[in-house]
Write a protein that binds this ligand. Structure first.
Ligand SMILES: Nc1ncnc2c1ncn2[C@@H]1O[C@H](COP(=O)(O)OP(=O)(O)O)[C@@H](O)[C@H]1O
Ligand SMILES: [Mg+2]
Length: 288
């Protein structure tokens, strides 16, 4: 169950996703705002890439472009070398809010994602059962979303995202609204599930600990305009053990890159939970 694929395993695989020279702007009321600048990123099949960066640095926008929801950009977003032209069953997303349909049961919510699938009825039923089992929710198949805890609802959202066996699972702060304990549990669950499904995952998170625990690599972004400051490989020891030296060293390095004081110098520790950074940190830097 705790089999972990080392980062080195991906160095020989061809890139499944390539983002090249990506620039993205929005024009609002005649003013053009550059949101993403010169993004270059290659992700290999089966890799788990985590993305951290201040609010507003374009993380969600980047996921939307990978999904194919917005084609208005410069540069290239390629899957297996071909430009992404529209949303497809090969790419799915989980958001911070579960977005389940309240009038459908858990199993019907998961089944709804199979609407456009070419599977037979029996195959669809089997896929739903299998994915509810994968997220540990078989006993709740007939429950309604309102009867679930926040963590359980996110598990359903994860099952729904995976039921088509997508190549890419995009996760936009999927655990952001959960309490700390549920969040820690679901981090381990998510890691197990992604390994099991052999999905290529991109996770956006505000939680640096989460990014280091889950990723093979961590992308650190900077705002105004959003760009990649650096991409760091996450050593196996750091992924495996949240109390390891490797974990703490990498976490502190990422926090420093994000402009958060880690408390190792003379300055006071930042407020908020350890390992997290908030919009305020970014705001203060802007105001400074
Ligand atoms: N549809 C849109 N129209 C105009 N501006 C947008 C739109 N979507 C996002 N933005 C702006 O782009 C920037 C990046 O947003 P977003 O990708 O949501 O950042 P993040 O997910 O990193 O917090 C923000 O300044 C946001 O206000
Ligand atoms: Mg966002």
């Amino acid at each position: 169950m705790n089999q972990i694929t080392p980062a080195s395993a991906f160095q020989t695989a061809p890139p499944a996703l390539q983002i090249r020279g990506l620039d993205k702007s929005f024009t609002v009321a005649g003013r053009t705002l550059k949101v993403l600048e010169d993004i270059d990123l290659s992700v290999r099949s089966g890799e788990f890439v985590t993305i951290v960066g201040a609010s507003g640095c374009g993380k969600s926008t980047l996921l939307r472009l990978i999904l194919g929801l917005d084609l208005d950009y410069q540069g290239a977003v390629l899957v297996d070398g071909a430009p992404v032209q529209r949303p497809g069953l090969d790419r799915s997303i989980v958001f911070q809010d579960h977005r389940l349909l309240p009038w459908l049961t858990v199993e019907a919510n998961v089944a709804a994602a199979l609407r456009r699938s070419s599977l037979s009825r029996a195959q669809k039923q089997a896929a739903v059962r299998e994915h509810l089992d994968l997220v540990g929710l078989t006993p709740f198949a007939r429950a309604y979303p309102a009867q679930l805890s926040g963590g359980m609802a996110q598990r359903v959202a994860i099952a729904r995202a995976l039921v088509n066996r997508p190549r890419f699972l995009l996760l936009d702060e999927p655990l952001g609204a959960l309490d700390a304990l549920t969040r820690l549990r679901l981090q381990d669950e998510l890691k197990r599930i992604v390994e099991h499904e052999k999905t290529t995952a991109l996770l956006v998170t505000h939680d640096v600990d989460e990014a280091v625990h889950l990723g093979h690599r961590i992308v650190v972004m900077q705002p105004h305009p959003g760009r990649i400051a650096t991409v760091l490989a996450i050593p196996e020891a750091a992924r495996r053990d949240r109390s390891s030296r490797a974990f703490i060293a990498l976490r502190d390095e990422v926090l420093r890159l994000l402009g958060v004081n880690t408390g190792t110098g003379a300055e006071p520790r930042p407020t908020g939970a350890p390992g997290t950074f908030e919009k305020r940190d970014h705001q203060e830097r802007q105001d400074a």
